[in-house]
Design a protein around this ligand. Structure first.
Ligand code: CTP
Ligand code: CA
Length: 227
């Protein structure tokens, strides 16, 4: 897909985009992961480059070609992703958290491979991970520099819009892209359908289409908030 005919409305803007899904180590060979492919985050990166932005992608376990013209920082775990995002965020105008970030991680990372034993396996105890998006939202209460526009993503089931509105408020972000997950939707597919919730504004529906469509709606809304 050739990206042309886009406004250069992000020229001179620095954007940071997290993409993919984190992996939380259990031992040297195993992890707890998720199904995020990085396709939506990379579509955001390509479209932001096309619209003139200086783009840094924090890529968590993404097996896709690097988006041309973007700087890619590779990470695995939530701790690494958090470091990379919080390092890049203060100089950025916009941060988009498109990555699927693990809510929990194993309390212990074993140095040696866990071996099969005769008895039943031990349970894996989990502890909570930091919420990077919420931290970014809270950073705006302090003295700058902090990103002017913060965008979150949420995959929801059940009461999709009500859950999304509550999450937008809780995380203190400007925009929240809400995907309904279900059969043939979102994960690993080139297409997406979404509703973009806007703090202090009306939601914008994006009909099912290429992930670039969702990305362009996000950048339209971001550009109008930066203006
Ligand atoms: N997120 C984050 N750090 C986490 C978990 C999530 O920065 N530890 C970000 C995601 O990148 C996404 C947004 O928060 O942009 C929403 O993620 P989601 O999993 O939908 O929200 P949670 O607050 O974790 O709520 P829950 O999973 O219980 O629905
Ligand atoms: Ca979560």
């Amino acid at each position: 897909r050739v990206l042309r005919g886009r406004p250069r409305d992000l020229a001179g803007r620095k954007v940071v985009i997290s993409a993919g899904g984190t992996r939380e180590p259990i031992d040297p060979v195993r992890y707890i992961g998720n199904r995020s492919s990085g396709l939506q985050g990379y579509a955001l990166a390509r479209t932001a480059v096309a619209r003139g932005a200086e783009v840094t992608v924090v890529a968590a376990n993404v097996a896709l070609p690097d988006p041309a013209g973007a700087t890619v920082v590779r990470v695995e775990s939530t701790a690494e992703l958090r470091d990379a995002v919080l390092t890049a965020a203060p100089g950025a105008d916009v941060v988009v958290m498109a990555a699927a970030v693990a809510d929990f991680r194993p309390a212990v990372r074993h140095d040696s491979k866990i071996k099969k034993t005769d008895g039943e396996p031990e349970a894996i105890a989990l502890v909570k991970n930091p919420d990077v998006l919420a931290e970014l939202g809270q950073s705006r209460g302090a003295r700058g520099p902090y990103p002017e526009v913060i965008v979150g993503f949420a995959a929801e089931t059940d009461d999709v819009l009500a859950n999304g509105q509550a999450k937008l408020a809780r995380k203190g972000c400007d925009l929240l892209v809400v995907n309904e997950v279900g059969p043939g939707l979102a994960f690993g597919t080139p297409d997406n359908a979404a509703v973009v919730l806007v703090a202090g504004g009306e939601p914008v529906e994006v009909p099912r289409g290429p992930k670039e469509d969702v990305a362009d709606v996000v950048w339209d809304l971001v550009a109008s908030r930066l203006a």
